[in-house]
Design a protein around this ligand. Structure first.
Ligand code: HEM
Length: 505
């Protein structure tokens, strides 16, 4: 370095410092409390993405109802109280109903719902159509409950054939959910080893890997230009391409096949419903259901509909293995209400309040999506007295609200009775008068989960019928069952486990 270059470097450094200071002073989010970060990278180094639920939990304890965090160049807001969560999700109307730009999701999942914002052209109409397609099952075509019931019965026969030999619980639940989803989407019954179920399972996992919102790959969302440099974040770029290939091979082919054979008078599954909507839109002014939208909604159903419920079912078996008394009291409730030959149906739900309360407690304890999906302010707005500029990403810390020690005594212990009143009746979660945080397991408001009823129905039918027929016993030493030590991989799930399913007499 020569003497002449020194003043230039000093000038550049001063300009940079002045720019940083100016940016900091101008930032309306600066007054929100939060962990201190480093210049340019913020809190990035503190983020072990697999432990994010606990990192945010500890910060929530320290910083209170609202805090800010920064990942690379972006400052984000996290709300930690149920009241502020409801403000973001429900009370502020559409203010926070955007999603941050997820360039990775756009590349993988087309015009889906989950990663799109409420103010995007066609989004609200597509969401309405997707809900209509699910409802189509309740009223017409094949009845949703029949499908779940029939798959559960086949599963019970398969488990019985194992005659108490160890079964991989992860595989069992995953197989069940893939079969239900394949039947709902395509209107035919499949077994898990059918290539259709296998491809659904593969697509689901590939999409989740490719668009994990809390990973280094999120740099691609902030700087889509990096996609052009395929040596940067090579692994993420490879995963995105791989997910695309799998989807193109399996899903596009299925859509083309169903379009070719489409018969308006014989709608088989949700795919047929979406194709019908597409046909009805022909000639209208603003059609929204093109093939890319059908692909996006189908992927929404697969990813949203399998991985989340899978985590709840695995947690249930984990709890039964860790707490045999819990399993016994749930079985006693079932035995006291029904003959062993009775196949438990949805209409039996009111007779099994303890099981229902346990399901709510399972959802609370684990909080499948600890920060829901990221939200984005679509306009300048306000939260807890702080100005929130348009385009700020806002996370709802559902894991904290579900384990807030001032709301839940012993928050890290499973206690189904939390969701029963003094007469043994179920306390409805999310009831406005209670502000119960388990109402957040599925989000709330205009971007809430569209599959809530379907998910709850499947979980209930599966657990009730399996508990009635089998006692689940551990094989060897059980892995740690404390949710604080679970790994967050997009969603929170317990470790894999094998178990013996002993047929009850
Ligand atoms: C236990 C099971 C499930 C849980 C815990 C769950 C949870 C969630 C959560 C937390 C959100 C985001 C809410 C927000 O960001 O505010 C969501 C969105 C969504 N879920 Fe689920 N879900 C489950 C099952 C399902 C099922 C079975 C389906 C489909 C059949 C589904 C489809 C969707 C879709 C499409 C969205 C995006 C909605 C939108 O942004 O417009 N989910 N879910």
């Amino acid at each position: 370095m020569t003497l002449a270059t020194t003043p230039v470097l000093i000038a550049i450094a001063s300009a940079l410092l002045a720019y940083l200071l100016f940016k900091w002073l101008e930032d309306p989010l600066r007054k929100i409390p939060g962990p201190r970060g480093l210049p340019f990278i913020g809190n990035t180094l503190s983020f072990d993405q697999t432990k994010l639920h606990m990192i945010l939990y500890d910060w929530a304890e320290k910083y209170g109802d609202i805090m800010k965090i920064s990942l690379f160049n972006t400052t984000m807001v996290v709300v930690n109280s149920t009241e502020l969560a409801y403000k973001v999700l429900v009370k502020s109307g559409t203010d926070f109903q955007g999603r941050p730009p997820l360039a990775r999701a756009d590349r993988v999942a087309g015009k889906n719902l989950a990663f799109r914002s409420i103010d995007e052209l066609g989004y609200q109409q597509r969401r309405h159509y997707a809900i209509k397609a699910i409802k189509g099952y309740g009223e017409g075509v094949t009845h949703l409950e029949d499908i779940i019931q029939s798959i559960t019965i086949t599963l019970i026969e398969d488990i019985t054939k194992q005659d108490g030999r160890p079964i991989d619980v992860d595989q069992l639940c995953y197989g069940f959910l893939c079969c239900v989803m394949a039947s709902l989407l395509y209107g035919e019954e499949y077994t898990y080893d059918d290539p259709v179920c296998q491809s659904i399972s593969r697509m689901t996992r590939e999409v989740l890997n490719a668009v994990n919102p809390v990973s280094l790959g999120s740099l691609l969302d902030s700087f889509p230009v990096l996609f052009k440099q395929n040596f940067i974040l090579k692994e993420t770029q490879r995963q995105i391409q791989q997910a695309r290939n799998v989807i193109d091979e399996s899903l596009y082919q299925k859509i083309a096949e169903y379009k070719a054979e489409f018969d308006e008078n014989c709608l088989k599954g949700i795919l047929d419903h979406l194709i019908l909507i597409q046909k009805q839109e022909v000639g209208t002014d603003d059609p929204v259901m093109d093939d890319d939208a059908i692909r996006g909604i189908m992927l929404d159903f697969m990813v949203g509909g399998i991985e989340t419920s899978q985590s709840v079912l695995c947690q249930a078996f984990f709890d039964f293995l860790h707490e045999p008394d819990l399993q016994k009291i749930l079985q006693s409730e079932i035995d006291s209400q029904f003959e062993p030959s009775h196949v438990i149906m949805l209409k039996d739900r009111p007779n099994l309040p303890l099981l229902q309360a346990y399901i709510y407690e399972n959802l609370r304890y684990k909080t499948v999506t600890p920060i829901l999906l990221p939200h984005r302010a679509i306009r300048d707005t306000e939260l807890a007295g702080y100005k929130i500029p348009a385009n700020t990403t806002v996370f709802v810390n559902a894991f904290y609200t579900s384990h807030n020690p001032s709301v839940y005594k012993d928050p890290f212990t499973i206690k189904p009775e939390r969701f029963l009143d003094e007469h043994g009746a179920v306390v409805t979660p999310g009831h406005p008068s209670k502000y119960n945080s388990v109402g957040l397991s599925f989000g709330s408001g205009k971007k809430s989960c569209i599959g809530k009823s379907l998910a709850e129905a499947r979980i209930f039918l599966f657990l009730a019928n399996i508990l009635q027929k089998f006692t689940v016993l551990p094989v060897g030493k059980l892995p740690d069952g404390d949710v604080r030590n679970y790994k967050l991989v997009g969603i929170l799930r317990p470790p894999s486990v094998s178990a013996k399913f002993i047929r009850r007499q």
